[in-house]
Write a protein that binds this ligand. Structure first.
Ligand SMILES: NC(=O)c1ccc[n+]([C@@H]2O[C@H](COP(=O)([O-])OP(=O)(O)OC[C@H]3O[C@@H](n4cnc5c(N)ncnc54)[C@H](O)[C@@H]3O)[C@@H](O)[C@H]2O)c1
Ligand SMILES: [Zn+2]
Length: 377
């Protein structure tokens, strides 16, 4: 882990993917430099901003002004906010919109928004004109530490979330931490779960640093840029090793098998946001690991205590509006990670910062663990 830099210095994290390598630039107030950075990267390129109504209200003007000041042609497509936008219908209108805006090879689509806008705009860029380049300007904490990095783009299917998509890396990511000042606190907390995940899965020192500094991060001090940079470096390193998730990248799924089951059981509604489900899922993954005697209970308790301290759910009883049955959860777990002869793949931990992939967890063991948890609430 590195020491925090001076707050005025943008931090640059490179995603080392050979000819598809790109920079993630992190800093407060960076949106103002969007135009200049794009002009330097791609002189003469035209752009199209894809955003949603909430983000547009707060930040579209500033993005346009920056592009305009750099003499860059731009337009905008403003989507209705929310996960429902990740659909064939919206994808179609987005692709048509990109073509209508005369965005050609060499031009750039700019995804200005959270993970929904990033996933949609990235996928639309991947398939329009057989592949246009795009820039991510993530405006949620989840976007800045997770969805804007790594090139996964997708829409949802009736068969499940993110099942139709492509790997398509952006050419630049600009993470302006000031944009998070307008994010609803609950969304910020949900993104924090994914940020804490990097400490929990591979960096104990970072987790300890978060325990000491999370308040400053939430308040918008320099701790925020530092934590986002550490997270991006962690994800970039994993993605560089395993771009297409054939091995190591699966570590990023810590907390996601349990988390997705609860998220799906709540109908992907605002009863449980994705990051909240992941907080609960990570707490359960650590607890499950203690049951397998992989780590001392005190260590799992530390995980739960920290996530709870920032206001994230860590217990099944924290879920608003009723709890699913074991059968429902097991069906969802099975769908998420395809059971192979009664065996499930899980990310477990030998301690904070020491997660690993287990390919052969017995479904019956997971079921009895969940039954116990449900009975206790
Ligand atoms: N591609 C990946 O690797 C990856 C990784 C994780 C998640 N995802 C996807 O990301 C999506 C979730 O992303 P998210 O949590 O960013 O949700 P989101 O994009 O829906 O944003 C959350 C809410 O905050 C609003 N918002 C965004 N930025 C704002 C700002 N600065 N100020 C005020 N309001 C703002 C949005 O309009 C929305 O209402 C899911 O669809 C998930 O599948 C993708
Ligand atoms: Zn996630």
């Amino acid at each position: 882990m590195t020491q925090p830099l001076r707050p005025t210095d943008p931090i640059v994290v490179n995603v080392a993917l050979g000819s598809r390598a790109y920079d993630i630039v992190i800093g407060r107030g960076l949106l103002a430099s969007l135009g200049a950075r794009i002009a330097a990267l791609r002189p003469g390129a035209a752009t199209l901003i894809v955003t949603d109504e909430n983000v547009a209200r707060h930040h579209l003007k500033a993005a346009q002004a920056s592009l305009c000041a750099a003499n860059i042609r731009t337009g905008e497509i403003v989507l209705v906010p929310g996960e429902q936008a990740k659909s064939w219908r919206i994808l179609e209108s987005l692709c048509e919109g990109i073509l209508a805006a005369r965005i050609e090879r060499g031009d750039l689509v700019i995804a200005l928004g959270g993970g929904v806008v990033g996933d949609l705009a990235g996928f639309a860029a991947a398939v329009s004109r057989r592949g246009l380049d795009y820039v991510q300007v993530p405006t949620t904490l989840l976007g800045q530490v997770d969805s804007s990095v790594g090139g996964k783009t997708a829409i949802n299917s009736s068969h499940g979330k993110n099942l139709i998509g492509a790997f398509h890396q952006p050419v630049l990511v600009i993470a302006d931490t000031a944009l998070l000042d307008t994010l609803p606190p609950r969304e910020f907390r949900a993104g924090y779960a994914e940020l804490a995940k990097y400490g929990l899965l591979g960096d104990a020192a970072f987790f300890a640093w978060l325990e000491a500094n999370w308040r400053e991060l939430f308040a918008g001090g320099a701790a925020r840029e530092h934590a986002i940079a550490v997270s991006c470096r962690a994800k970039a390193a994993i993605v560089a090793r395993d771009e297409r998730e054939t091995g190591d990248r699966a570590l990023l799924n810590l907390g996601h098998t349990f988390g997705h089951a609860f998220e799906a059981a709540c109908g992907f509604s605002d009863r449980l946001l994705h990051g909240e489900a992941i907080a609960l899922g990570m707490a359960l993954a650590f607890e499950f690991s203690t049951r397998r005697s992989l780590l001392p209970k005190a260590e799992a308790d530390r995980v739960t205590a920290h996530l709870a301290a920032v206001g994230l759910p860590t217990q099944i009883k924290d879920i608003v509006g009723g709890v699913p049955t074991v059968e429902t959860l097991m069906n969802l777990v099975a769908q998420d990670k395809k059971v192979k002869r009664g065996k499930l793949t899980f990310i477990l931990a030998r301690g904070i910062g020491a997660a690993f992939v287990v390919l052969d967890v017995d479904a019956a063991e997971v079921e009895s663990f969940l039954a116990e948890k449900l009975a206790k609430r």
